[in-house]
Design a protein around this ligand. Structure first.
Ligand code: MV4
Length: 656
């Protein structure tokens, strides 16, 4: 038995938190590592102790082998869990741990490096009798040999980088005339991306499903599989939705694929958690693609249908225990689906988006699970992967799981960030997915750019936004709803900027909760209320709308059941507003950055004189004095971010 007691987690975010949870449950101490960007991150707070490992860039911190090993030594950690990504499939890192007598929680360096090369892996898998796509994976890399091999297996063919993964350096070639050009392009791409221009060739499988088998091996020769995961819903080789079991895999196909995956692991004396990826063709045949020698992002769906804790198994195997069960003790129960929440904008080419998570609430409820490393105020930076959380639901049937996951995503609060949450809901609701028929072509087929439209707020959503701004303004002006009196019963204009569109409202407070709202020549009578934890409800014409909200520097972030949007109040920018007009208090007409403060204390100013310049909504706005007078005080300085109605300066009127 290899004893270890303190585990360093060489990772961050949700997977670091996931590993810490099981490690603590089992009685281990944990050490987090963190870059400058992650000082206050939840994984750091959750670990028993934490070590700083350098600048924000991953190449300067989470990818630095020597620094991570040094962190283990200074903290006395005697084992390292690499998580996924970063150093998890780096054979040199596994070897460095071994050399320092630190238990690497993963397979041997030789298994990692063997599976890191597709040509070598494929030759070994063919030897072991694992079905592989017909192709060429020889050492002779001459064009002549590739041309001959392609003719023999017949077009279309795939050219792949031997050192590659995740689709980089991959080319689909439909006819012989195009092969040579594809070979040279793939070689240069592979050389640039992986430092090796070695290629392999395969017959192309058209519109396959991505099916992977979770395997587990101990150091005593026992290997089991835990069924498959269907990861067909991907975008540019980035997984989006995963599920277990696959709607396309029968019990008999499962046992065939499971046996092939177990044979693959045995052939290389594998130990620990591994995933054997297969392509499942439309005709039901399956082919080995590659083997991932780590715990995968989507492991929770397997945990949900087997009831096992895969991190616990990893730790047991690493201390040389036998696998806790035999193959015949593994039973799959129900169905689980995982959706990956990314900080990205699906309506802008899925570009990653940085920002501050103002309010985070993971969905709760029976059979829901959210794996994350988030908290209120969490900053999404450009340094790491855009995936911020995984939302998982289990159900007796696939349909139960699908419905619960949609509900969970609708009840996940991610205010302040732009995420793919609504896109995930739309994917899960799509009839092709609901029917269990989705292949790797799902997103390109059903969600091409032209059908990806940002959900627009409904008119009720807009009324709610107007009420929230109105309410916020009252609080800013020190008027509490409790202290309401009839003098408030005036129509107040509320002008909002929502997605660069101007929306005008007028609101009159009738009593503590009742409001009259005018919008687009209609008058509504509404009951409006908010709670301290950011719930808002609006009952209007017999229909109640609920939403979650947060204000940050005057910007309102609103999440309604059908969309998410932000809005800014610009009522003062009209210059005809009630507040701040008559007196010498000059307020910011909208959220923005103060470019210049042109006035100084004691200076005399005349009505109409420009006293400050505000940059907002991509324009410069001159702020002018409404009166003749003397500058009494300055309340904001250049470069400062100011919120709507923030005091900029105060002018003492000259006596008439
Ligand atoms: C293939 C293929 C069709 N035929 N190989 C993409 C990433 C890499 N892991 C392997 N990939 C593919 N290999 C042959 N012989 C189609 C893909 C593929 C794919 C595979 C799994 C999930 C999504 C995919 C999207 C496009 C292409």
């Amino acid at each position: 038995m290899v004893a270890f007691s303190k585990i360093l987690i060489a990772n961050r975010g949700e997977i670091a938190c996931r590993i810490i949870r099981t490690a603590h449950d089992m009685g281990f101490e944990t050490v987090a590592v963190f870059s400058d960007a992650d000082r206050d991150a939840p994984h750091v707070q959750q670990a028993s102790e934490a070590v700083a490992i350098g600048p924000a860039a991953a190449s300067d911190s989470y990818l630095k082998i020597d620094t991570i090993i040094a962190a283990a030594k200074t903290s006395g950690a005697d084992a390292i869990h690499p998580g996924y990504g970063f150093l998890s499939e780096n054979a040199n890192f596994a070897a460095a741990c071994q050399k320092e007598n630190i238990t690497f929680i993963g397979p041997s360096p030789s298994a990692i490096s063997l599976m890191g090369n597709k040509a070598e892996a494929k030759r070994r898998m063919i030897e072991a009798g694992v079905p592989c796509v017909p192709g060429y994976e020889g050492e002779d890399q001459s064009d002549a040999l590739f041309i001959q091999a392609a003719d023999a297996i017949e077009y279309p063919v795939m050219v792949k980088a031997a050192a590659g993964g995740g689709g980089r350096g991959m080319r689909l070639v439909n006819k012989a005339e195009k092969l040579e050009k594809a070979l040279s392009a793939a070689r240069s791409e592979a050389q640039n991306a992986f430092g090796s221009d070695e290629l392999i060739l395969e017959k192309a499988v058209i519109e396959p499903r991505h099916i992977e088998i979770q395997i587990f091996a101990d150091m005593h020769g026992n290997v089991v599989h835990l069924g498959e995961r269907d990861c067909s819903i991907q975008r540019r080789h980035q997984k989006v939705i995963e599920e277990a079991p696959s709607p396309a895999v029968s019990a008999s196909l499962r046992s065939q694929m499971g046996a092939a995956a177990v044979a693959a692991a045995k052939a290389i004396q594998y130990s620990g958690a591994g995933t054997v990826e297969f392509l499942l063709s439309q005709d039901g045949s399956f082919y080995f693609l590659e083997m991932n020698t780590r715990l995968q992002v989507e492991h929770p769906v397997t945990e949900c249908i087997t009831g096992f804790d895969l991190v616990e198994w990893q730790l047991r195997v690493a201390r040389q225990e036998k696998l806790p069960v035999d193959q015949n003790e593994i039973h799959l129960s129900g169905h689980a689906i995982e959706a990956r929440l990314y900080a990205e904008d699906p309506y802008k080419s899925f570009l990653p988006k940085v920002g501050t998570l103002l309010k985070w609430e993971a969905a709760s409820g029976p059979d829901r699970r959210t794996d994350h490393g988030l908290k209120n105020g969490y900053e999404v930076t450009p340094h790491y992967d855009a995936m911020i959380a995984k939302v998982i639901a289990w159900g007796q049937t696939r349909e139960d799981a699908r419905q619960k996951l949609i509900h969970a995503l609708q009840n996940t609060v991610d205010l302040g960030l732009v995420t793919n949450r609504q896109f995930l809901i739309n994917c899960l609701k799509h009839e092709n997915f609901a029917a269990g028929a989705a292949t790797t072509a799902f997103i390109d087929t059903y969600f091409p750019k032209k059908v990806l439209k940002r959900p627009e707020p409904t008119s009720r959503d807009l009324l709610l936004a107007a009420c929230l701004h109105f309410d916020c303004r009252k609080h800013q002006q020190g008027l509490s709803t409790d202290g309401w009196d009839s003098s408030d019963a005036l129509w107040a204009p509320v002008r909002l900027n929502i997605a660069d569109k101007i929306q005008d409202f007028e609101i009159k407070q009738i009593d503590e909760c009742a409001l009259l709202i005018k919008s687009e020549n209609q008058e509504y009578s509404a009951q409006f209320s908010t709670s301290a934890d950011g719930h808002a409800t609006l009952a209007c014409e017999g229909h109640q709308t609920s939403a979650r909200f947060a204000f940050s520097q005057g910007t309102l972030f609103l999440q309604t059941p059908n969309c998410q949007f932000s809005s800014n109040e610009i009522t003062l920018a009209t210059g005809e507003s009630e507040a701040g007009a008559g007196d010498g208090r000059i307020l910011a007409p909208m959220n923005g950055r103060l470019l210049h403060m042109l006035a100084e204390p004691g200076q005399s100013v005349t009505k109409g004189q420009t006293v400050a310049i505000l940059e907002a909504m991509k324009m410069e706005h001159e702020i002018t004095s409404k009166i003749d007078g003397t500058v009494k005080s300055i309340a904001a300085k250049a470069d400062e971010q100011v919120a709507t109605r923030a005091l900029l300066l105060e002018i003492e009127p000259v006596e008439a």
